[in-house]
Design a protein around this ligand. Structure first.
Ligand code: GLN
Length: 231
């Protein structure tokens, strides 16, 4: 019997343009807070990860179809998703915000008769869809954040809805959008790593690893690498 049991490899789906949490770099590698965090957790807890760049909706669908073991992609923990998936403890606080190109559009009430952009399958898309009737706007969906931003920049849609730290990062990195001035944020949620319901033992390891990384300063270091000290 070998001293070192073979390390188990888990296949984890992730997003492609969801910076700073999960995105693909120029070398076609997955990078971001979520990637570094789960890689560090895996190292600590003795398992391996194979990353799959599926996009957010693609990753969630693949998890639901049991084609992959988990999703690490700034995935918000919601009661609805908890019915289907097992989430780790939360690792980041984040909620929906509205971004615009034209700063005269300040809030939901300025969207009447107009179109807005969202990303398929996200909590921000759910939010926009829940508001469209009351405020009289139409929702157009995209598969990636880059395509969503582009649609607002070209003027086809006048706003997009996405998680606030993701919008802030995009704006800080040259996307010519602005946070909508008078938008009142709905209650922020938290991100968790999602797994198959049957993976209780794995989720325990992930939680233990996350706790250790928070205690030893590695968590803060990873976050700071991508967003600086504030977030
Ligand atoms: N936090 C959002 C959600 O869970 C968006 C995640 C993402 O687009 N990667 O729906």
């Amino acid at each position: 019997q070998s001293v070192h049991a073979a390390e188990q490899t888990y296949t984890i789906g992730t997003d492609t343009t969801f910076s700073p949490f999960a995105f693909t770099n120029k070398k076609n590698q997955s990078v971001g807070i979520d990637i570094d965090l789960l890689d560090a957790i895996a190292k600590k807890e003795g398992f391996k990860i194979q990353w799959k760049q599926l996009g957010f909706d693609g990753a969630v669908q693949a998890l639901q179809a049991k084609q992959i073991d988990g999703v690490a992609a700034g995935m918000s923990i919601t009661p609805e998703r908890q019915k289907t998936f097992l989430f780790s403890h939360p690792y980041y606080k984040s909620g929906t915000y509205m971004a615009v190109k034209d700063q005269h559009i300040k809030d939901l009430k300025d969207l009447r008769g107009k179109k807005v952009a969202v990303k398929t399958g996200t909590t921000a898309a759910d939010y926009a869809n829940s508001m469209k009737k009351k405020y009289g706007f139409r929702v157009v969906t995209f598969d990636s954040d880059d395509n969503m931003y582009q649609d607002v920049l070209t003027g086809n849609t006048v706003a997009c809805f996405e998680d606030k730290p993701v919008l802030q990062y995009a704006i800080a990195n040259g996307i010519k959008l602005h946070l909508a001035k008078d938008f009142k944020e709905p209650d922020a949620g938290t991100y968790g790593f999602a797994f198959q319901k049957s993976e209780g033992a794995l989720v325990k390891k992930v939680n233990a690893g996350l706790k250790a990384l928070k205690a030893n300063g590695q968590y803060a270091k990873i976050v700071a690498k991508y967003v600086g000290n504030g977030s």
